[in-house]
Design a protein around this ligand. Structure first.
Ligand code: FMN
Length: 163
């Protein structure tokens, strides 16, 4: 039986939501926050990494975990699901997560996430105000997450893995 583990890491809830929809849409799948990732990965066939694009805070828990488990990752299917605002950013963030894996992912997907200004930490608010300010755009809520997009990705994954 194929066993699927989905590890997620984010800050504003969209990576968690994405991981939970994937879990509910894939057979024999479980999902955990990266901070609760299991010690060993022996019983895992397919590993999915779901993480938000968060500047200095990106995959801070996943990266050392992957580095410590490089040997075990060699024979698994690894799927990366990046959660952000710009799909063009996926290749750069894929590099960030693949480096500690010591190998390439077998598949990658992008999910539109977002944030509410009221949820942002002061550091993130300042960083985003500067980012948007340079483009002459005020900082506004970004609410682009759609469950349906994640269900479509789950369907693609099921077909790809023949689950
Ligand atoms: C500090 C910060 C930096 C971000 N940088 C990027 C970025 O470089 N590219 C992008 O597409 N989205 C960027 N975003 C948008 C986030 O990826 C988006 O809010 C996503 O939903 C975060 O995942 P989470 O909801 O699981 O925390 C950034 C958001 C924050 C707060």
């Amino acid at each position: 039986m194929e066993k699927t583990l989905i590890l997620y890491e984010g800050k504003y809830g969209h990576s968690e939501k994405t991981a939970k929809i994937l879990r509910d849409s894939l057979p024999d799948a479980r999902c955990l926050p990266a901070a609760e990732a299991p010690e060993g990965l022996d019983d895992v066939t397919n590993l999915f990494l779901v993480f938000g694009f968060l500047a200095y805070d990106t995959a801070q828990v996943l990266k050392p975990y992957l580095k410590a488990h490089q040997e075990e990752l060699k024979d698994k299917f690894i799927g990366v699901v990046g959660v952000g605002l710009a799909k063009q950013a996926l290749p750069a963030f894929l590099k960030i997560i693949q480096e500690p894996m010591g190998r390439e992912a077998d598949g990658s997907w992008f999910v539109m996430g977002g944030y509410r200004i009221e949820q942002l930490t002061p550091e993130d608010k300042e960083l985003l105000e500067e980012f948007w300010g340079k483009r002459g755009v005020p900082l506004t809520d970004q609410l682009h997450f759609q469950e349906e997009n994640v269900r479509c990705i789950a369907e693609e994954i099921r077909k790809k893995l023949e689950l």
